[in-house]
Design a binder for this molecule. Structure first.
Ligand code: AMP
Length: 392
């Protein structure tokens, strides 16, 4: 286990905390503050220890001057201040005198949030390209570095890997919680069931290869199920097909005959539209059909397989959950998971949004905040953001 903020003495020190405040915005307003809320334990711990808290985060992508206005981090300072009921000073720059003066005038317990680290990308991709001069400059602003941005651990940026090269570093409480919940899946209580959905098989090949030997069953739905069904020889009509992954699907279906459960029925439409669909057996699809959700018999088969589970990992929705007519399969299986005696880990990405829309977030063991980071960790890859952080 990596050193956490609790393993270093942060009392009265200048602590740089890299958070993931990459929140969704609409018309300049935050539409979901989950990522800010998840960063609170580390910030509160630092306040309790009288640290001087310097917060950094990226927000969106910054490729043009216009992107700067769209991805101005000041809205996060306002929301964070409300959540903490405490002043958060926003500094509208990522380097220079204003930032340096503000930091040198900090009192114990003060909080500063500096502007979006990706503003530095306009200047030759210095943040995303992990420019070491920039990293060294940022490191010079503090005494200790805390990486609590789980969602960017799979990226080598100046504000994570870069700074940790120059300062005593550790992970924050969110990263600690994520890593311990996800690593539980490497040695889980059995039966261990995996539910996979979403769009593309190719995004999940590493995950399937790494976790397949450890699990008892994989239940596959969503768009990706059709590539497996195609590999089995079914007519999938106009349903989503990830052509380049058909051979991979054939291979793992052959090697894991009884482990992989595919839909036996689906809800089809003729177009990619949120209008009422028709339940069809998987043998009945015509060239005009587009499968947009799993059918009721499949939901029952999934439930029967999950009934005895002790551990469940789920990545990717089982249908087009954004459409009210095609969210049923995902919601029914999610609700069922709250009724059984299993530890369920929701493995990041779109299924997290489906979980909160279904109001089951508080009833499941762990909802991962990362998309790519979660997948890469579960694939067994070393995450660059952890590279410079010592083991305990
Ligand atoms: P992923 O990022 O791979 O987890 O994919 C999530 C996306 O898969 C969501 O936008 C879903 O709408 C989409 N999806 C799920 N099931 C289907 C389906 N049967 N057909 C088309 N798209 C789907």
């Amino acid at each position: 286990m990596k050193k956490t903020i609790k393993d270093l003495n942060i009392d009265n020190k200048k602590v740089i905390i890299r958070c993931d405040f990459n929140v969704p915005l609409k018309d300049g307003k935050i539409t979901d503050d989950t990522r800010i809320v998840k960063s609170l334990p580390t910030i509160k711990y630092s306040i309790e220890h009288n640290a001087k808290i310097i917060l950094m985060s990226h927000l969106g992508r910054v490729k043009t001057e216009e992107d700067k206005t769209k991805n101005d981090l000041s809205v996060v300072a306002t929301r964070l201040s409300e959540l903490l009921d405490r002043n958060v000073t926003f500094i509208n720059s990522t380097r220079g005198e204003e930032l340096e003066n503000a930091i040198s005038n900090m009192q114990d317990g003060d909080i500063i949030l500096m502007q979006n680290t990706r503003y530095e990308d306009l200047n030759g991709k210095k943040e995303s390209g992990c420019d070491m001069e920039l990293a060294k400059y940022w490191a010079s602003l503090g005494d200790i570095f805390v990486n609590d941005a789980f969602g960017t651990l799979h990226r080598a940026h100046a504000s994570n890997v870069g700074i940790s090269t120059y300062l005593p570093s550790c992970v924050g409480l969110l990263v600690e919680k994520e890593l311990s919940a996800l690593s539980y899946l490497f040695d889980p209580d059995k039966p261990f069931m995996i539910i996979l959905g979403g769009a593309k098989v190719s995004d999940k090949i590493g995950l399937i290869e790494n976790l397949l030997p450890k699990c008892d069953k994989i239940l596959i739905g969503g768009g990706m199920a059709f590539t497996f069904l195609k590999a089995e020889g079914y007519n999938i009509g106009k349903s989503l097909l990830d052509e380049e992954s058909v051979e991979f699907c054939k291979k793992i279906l052959k090697e894991n005959e009884n482990k992989i459960i595919l839909p036996v029925d689906v809800i089809c439409n003729n177009e990619y539209l949120d209008t009422t669909g028709k339940v069809k057996d998987i043998t009945e699809l015509t060239n005009d059909d587009m499968g947009l959700d799993i059918g009721p018999n499949t939901v029952n088969i999934f439930k029967n397989n999950l009934a005895s589970a002790k551990t469940v990992m789920w990545n990717g929705p089982l249908g087009v959950y954004e459409f009210t007519n095609y969210v049923k399969g995902t919601n029914e299986v999610l609700t069922y998971l709250t009724e059984i005696n299993a530890k369920t880990v929701i493995g990041g990405g779109d299924i997290v949004a489906a979980t909160s829309a279904c109001n089951v977030t508080d009833k499941l063991y762990h909802i991962s905040t990362g998309g790519g980071a979660t997948l890469e960790y579960l694939e067994g890859k070393e995450l660059p953001g952890l590279k410079n952080i010592e083991e305990k």
